[in-house]
Design a protein around this ligand. Structure first.
Ligand SMILES: [Zn+2]
Length: 423
């Protein structure tokens, strides 16, 4: 058994050693968690976010400078009349020692996920993505030489750029939407040697994202009253809750869980509708005309149609446990908030992060958040303008373009041959 952590099922309580499990071996539906031997966090002398390796489900690490950074805001805080606003930033901002070269906190998921797979199974990881997640895994692959398969909708092909040419990336485009990419990804994962990254079910992805909360609490020297983030799947909210439970158990960061303020981008707000109605389940009425609604959001990465909301250990439980609140921001509000943030804090934001700032502004105006409460604002992506002016990025040409006419046999054969180089 691995001495640093084991996995635990929140439904049946089973504890078991990690064999790259994504679910409970007894078949429960809840999100399995990592349970770490170390209950007090030490900051390790390791690169990037691996300084939080005590609470990552890995034993090794990768060479990286990618990690969240946190600072106390004066500009935005002053503008909103807040006295204790902290910003935890994932992105590229060298003046603040932020070197996430793919620009998004998805890199914090990719790094431990790729280490975990290498330590627990022999094979290649597959990611079906609409953009940021695929790019994050491609970026880690380009820097480390670890192989990865990324499946994206054709229209997202330009989003798969990296700061170093990605020589061990197999990029497959699908003539269809995000759901078609997921479906092809699922089919390919039936081939031997290919492992799904698992989304919210992967403890490495959640605990990688949880470093946003760890970095915040370590810098603030205390847990915040509020943790504010924009959500599509809500996994970032679950990760923040799990990290804050570990910090409470640590004993040095306070005894109250931060309240989650999670924000969705109008008009696609299924989790907001379900939570405000007090429902654990998302119903069809919570996302009427989804295609049309999705076409009108500013941050399309926030448009997951099947988020891990009601399952045990999911978003609903995270909100309930933390006396959390869900709210919304319009696309116009998000654009304005992104401009404001760039003007006064000094860095451009990912659309999802702009939605987050807009949600904070709303929550302050409506009195949900009081001016003297401590707030950790999760900026989950930014600095793209700096990346593109500072780093020569390269867009990866698709290795395989799947259309309606491509036979599934030939796709499987092509991928099988590519994987055999690494098996
Ligand atoms: Zn179980």
């Amino acid at each position: 058994m691995n001495p640093t952590y084991q996995l635990v099922c929140p439904s049946c309580g089973l504890r078991f050693p990690d064999e790259y499990n994504l679910t409970c071996p007894s078949g429960c539906t809840g999100l399995i968690r990592a349970e770490y031997t170390t209950s007090q966090l030490s900051i390790r002398d390791l690169p990037g976010l691996f300084r939080y390796a005590d609470w990552l489900p890995v034993t090794g690490h990768l060479p990286t400078r990618s990690a969240p950074i946190c600072y106390k805001s004066t500009a935005l805080a002053g503008k909103l009349g807040l006295t204790d606003l902290w910003i935890v930033f994932a992105g590229f901002w060298p003046e603040r020692s932020a070197y996430v070269t793919s620009g998004s906190f998805k890199e914090f998921e990719a790094l431990p996920t790729m280490v975990r797979l290498a330590e627990r199974a022999k094979g290649v990881i597959l990611v079906a993505s609409a953009g940021n997640t695929g790019r994050a895994f491609a970026e880690v692959s380009s820097k480390t030489g670890k192989p990865v398969i990324v499946v994206v909708p054709e229209k997202a092909r330009d989003r798969i750029w990296t700061s170093t040419p990605a020589e061990h990336l197999l990029l497959i485009t699908v003539d269809g939407d995000y759901t078609d990419a997921i479906n092809l990804g699922n089919t390919l994962c039936t081939l031997p040697g290919i492992y799904p990254e698992g989304g919210a079910k992967n403890v490495a992805r959640r605990d990688g994202m949880g470093t946003m909360m760890l970095e915040g609490a370590v810098t603030m020297k205390h847990l915040p009253d509020w943790y504010v983030q924009a959500v599509g799947s809500g996994t970032g909210g679950i990760a923040a809750w799990e990290a804050s439970m570990r910090l409470v158990a640590d004993g040095r960061f306070g005894s109250d869980l931060p309240r989650l303020l999670l924000i969705q981008n109008e008009p696609f707000i299924p989790m907001v509708n379900a939570y405000q109605a007090g429902r654990r389940d998302i119903i069809a009425d919570d996302m009427k005309n989804p295609k049309e609604a999705i076409s009108r959001v500013y941050a399309d990465v926030l448009t997951n149609r099947a988020p891990p909301f009601g399952i045990p250990g999911g978003v609903y439980d995270a909100l309930n446990a933390t006396k959390g609140v869900m709210t919304t921001a319009t696309s116009d509000e998000a654009k304005a908030a992104g401009e404001l943030f760039k003007d006064i804090e000094g860095i451009d934001l990912d659309p999802a992060a702009a939605v987050c700032v807009a949600g904070l502004i709303r929550a302050v105006k409506s009195g949900i958040i009081k001016p003297d409460e401590s707030i950790l604002l999760a900026i989950t992506g930014g600095g793209y303008e700096r990346i593109h002016s500072n780093i020569p990025t390269s867009v990866h040409t698709p290795d395989l373009e799947v259309t309606q006419d491509t036979g599934s046999e030939s796709v499987m054969q092509f991928v099988k041959e590519w994987v055999s180089r690494y098996a």
